[in-house]
Ligand binder design. Structure first.
Ligand code: COA
Length: 274
């Protein structure tokens, strides 16, 4: 049973997608959005494929941490695919935002395993919103970030009006959204939009280094931490109560036994992940 399940899980990661690439090494799954000719714009298929890749990664014990990036020299993701919605009605627009938020953006934000966005170029519109949904962001110095939707006569619909102010503050978010302008990586760092800036060449190595550090900790505890941190931003949810609940739950885990035993025995913990 164990080996059949194991090989099934291996196949899941090796699955072929049209617009994304996956690579898993040492528990770190790198998902690369791969439509460079369209600057990795998020069309319907790509959103569906990302949903599938994340769903599979959730079930796959081999996946500890996820790095999300874009292919090519220029873009992380240059937005939602404008060609797909230019003739939509109000109702279709609502559907587009609702389905996208549920399948991808909220799904990533609440994902139980850590998700790092490695922003390698333009992150605009839905591209920046995807990076905002990730648990944290690092960017290469050539990256450019913005929410240009109002220049198209629309507003951010994949969580940007909510998640951008949470990170950069209301005034800066208002300015970025109203001007539809782009900021560079260093300004993004100053705004707390990204945590680190690297050279273009070093971005993925740096992301892997961070992911490796994270993967050495208890992923069961990290999953609880994600829930508790996100609870601060949920409607009608008391984050302190969620923290108490999740804190208590940790005590019943094998990871907690291992972590505390290893500390008391002056050795490095080897977390079973349960
Ligand atoms: N949706 C659909 N196609 C897009 C796209 C998007 N969001 N962003 C880029 N593309 C396509 C372009 O149409 C072009 O396709 P083509 O070669 O078939 O004409 C290709 O990607 C390359 O883009 P191009 O505009 O030629 O590159 P550039 O270097 O001159 O400009 C940007 C780069 C990012 C400034 C520009 O592509 C842009 O403004 N994109 C739209 C950004 C946006 O408004 N996003 C929010 C959407 S809600």
């Amino acid at each position: 049973m164990g080996s059949t399940w194991g090989s099934l899980r291996y196949k899941i990661i090796a699955m072929d997608f049209e617009n994304i690439l996956e690579d898993i090494q040492n528990g770190i799954l790198t998902i690369t959005i791969n439509r460079p000719a369209k600057l990795n714009a998020l069309n319907k298929i790509t959103i569906q494929e990302l949903h599938s890749a994340f769903s599979e990664a959730e079930l796959n014990d081999r996946v500890k941490v996820i790095i999300l990036t874009g292919s090519g020299e220029k873009a992380f993701v240059a937005g939602a695919d404008i060609s797909e919605f230019s003739d939509f009605s109000a109702e279709e627009g609502k559907q587009l935002a609702a389905v996208g938020q549920e399948k991808l953006f909220d799904f990533v934000a609440n994902f139980p395993k850590p998700v790092i966005a490695a922003i390698n170029g333009f992150a605009l519109g839905g591209g920046l919103e995807l990076a905002l949904a990730a648990h944290f962001r690092i960017a290469s110095e050539n990256a450019r970030m913005g929410l240009p939707e109002v220049s198209l006569g629309v507003i951010p619909g994949y969580g940007g009006t909510q998640r951008l102010p949470q990170l950069v503050g209301k005034g800066r978010a208002m300015e970025m959204i109203m001007t539809a302008g782009m900021i560079d990586s260093n300004q993004a760092l100053q705004y707390n939009l990204v945590n680190h800036v690297t050279s273009r060449e070093e971005l993925l190595d740096f992301a892997v280094e961070m992911a490796t550090k994270i993967a050495g900790n208890s992923l069961v505890a990290i999953s609880s931490a994600i829930k508790a941190i996100n609870a601060n931003y949920g409607d009608g949810v008391n984050g302190f109560e969620i923290e108490i609940e999740e804190f208590g739950n940790c005590f019943a885990t094998a990871d907690f036994k291992e972590g505390t035993t290893a500390f008391l025995n002056k050795r490095k913990a080897n977390f079973p992940g349960k």
